[in-house]
Each structure stands twice: as C-alpha cells, then as structure tokens.
Ligand binder design. Sequence first.
Ligand SMILES: Nc1ncnc2c1ncn2[C@@H]1O[C@H](COP(=O)(O)OP(=O)(O)OP(=O)(O)O)[C@@H](O)[C@H]1O
Ligand SMILES: [Mg+2]
Length: 269
Amino acid sequence: MPQKTRWGKGGHTSLLSALKPKREQGVKIKPKRARVIGVFSCKGGVGKTTTVANLGMCLSQYMGDNILAVDANLTSPNLGLHFGEFIPKVTIHDALSGELPIEKVVMKCHGLLAILGSIAYGEEIHLVDLRGHLAPLKSEYKVILIDSAPGIWGEVTAAMKACDEIIIVTNPYIPTIASTLKTFHVVERYKVPVVGVIVNKVRGEPFELPIKDVKKALGWPIISVVPEDSKVREATAAGIPVVRYAPRSSAAKEFKKLGEFLIKRLRKG
Ligand SMILES: Nc1ncnc2c1ncn2[C@@H]1O[C@H](COP(=O)(O)OP(=O)(O)OP(=O)(O)O)[C@@H](O)[C@H]1O
Ligand SMILES: [Mg+2]
C-alpha cells in the first residue's frame, strides 16, 4: 500500500516524476522556428510591397503576433508607406548599423508586426548578412515575410539567402515576364524553393499574356491572380492595406484567398 503523505497519493515518487524534465516524460516542447518567405521580382513596381502588406495583414488574422513582415528593400524601402508610416521611429537600418538590437526595431502597423526601413537612409548599402541579422528573430515568430528590392544583385541576393522559400510577383506583360525570368536565374543560383507566382495587375486586356502562357513561360504554379484594381492605389495612398481599406474589393478578395492558401500550406508543414 502506498503511504499517504502530505504530498498526496503516491508520496514523493509522484512529485519527483512530475518534476522530471519534460523530455524524459516523452513530451517534446517544440521551439518556434520561423519559416522565412520572401516576395521577389526583378522588375520594380509589380506589387511586391503591396503583396507583403496585404498578405501580412491576412496571415496576422490567423497567426496574430507570430508573423513578422520585414522590409528588406534597403536602398528604397517603402513597406512603411503602405501602412502610413512615413518616418518610422525605429528601422531595419538602426539594426544593420548596430545601433539597436534587431528585436528592438519591431513596430506594430495596423495590427501587423513589422520591421520597416528608413527612407532617409542615405549611405551606400554594402554587403549585408541579412540572414545573420534575422537569426535572433527566428525563435520569436512562426513566419517572417520579406519584402525585397527589385533587381538581382546586392540586397536582393542578401534577402534571398535569408529565405526558406520564395514567392515571385509578376504582371501579365511580356517585358515584365522577361525580367521575371531573370529572378528565376537567381533562384536557381541560391537553390531556394519557389512557392509559386502571383500575377498582379491583371486587367484582362487582349494584349496581356494569358495566365496559362505566363505559367508556361515561367514554369511554376500560379498561386494567385490579382486584378488591377484602383482600390489598391487608393489604399496605398491612404496608407492602409487594401484588405482593410476596401475588404470587399476584387483585389482584397484575391489577397485573402492567397492568405488562406498559405495558411493551409503552412499547417501542412
Ligand atoms: N492589383 C493592383 N491594382 C492596382 N494598383 C496596384 C495593384 N498592385 C499594386 N498596385 C500599385 O502599384 C504601385 C507599386 O506597387 P508596389 O509598391 O507594391 O510595387 P513593388 O514591386 O514593391 O515596387 P518596387 O520594386 O519599387 O519596390 C503602388 O502604387 C500600388 O498601389
Ligand atoms: Mg516595393
């Protein structure tokens, strides 16, 4: 008969087993390990930042503070503008220059945690180890969404090297598709898995490349087709992502669908 003590039934033995490290009890506590997803395109103005702002807002509805958006467009950052933050109090540049730890430059923008850039930063940007700089944040978040600069050199490759997978944004025009192919050369160089392609600003005009031809030309699945929608430009001017500014607009609906697609994908692991 187990002796009844002030420790309850089972005495010291049950207390001791409760104090055993969780691993010995067969329970593993998984540390957070952020999945870093980058949004890229060699061509400027296709909608990378619009995608990050809206996708970030959609994902934060499901994930709360487990998602972080990062402006990695170091030369010409503009993620802040999409949130009406013209002169952010703290920026990624403060962290890259060593003035502040990276954890201290996170801001809340319309409910989404984000690291913005300083538009005023005038120094030349040299080789940056973005992956190294973001490393301390990986245990704090489940997803880190990166907004990249256009082009294929310097800060773009630094951002790509920090990513676990990437999304490519393009528009349905032949010159843009041709530039997008260049982005895929960088992807091949760094062997980063591609989630798929977003075709943004689609008007459905006869001179646009049909979606099936965009897919054929790029060779990756099209994960979203976002219409050209004046509400997006209006939302950008207002500094509020369109999913919040005009949630019923056609573009907002597509961004929400994209968010749901990514959430399902993340849940599948
Ligand atoms: N679906 C859309 N319909 C209408 N306007 C759009 C759409 N997507 C983006 N825009 C507008 O296009 C402009 C450029 O978008 P954005 O800043 O996201 O491009 P970007 O690829 O990030 O540019 P950059 O390469 O310069 O960083 C913005 O004014 C934005 O409001
Ligand atoms: Mg941009």
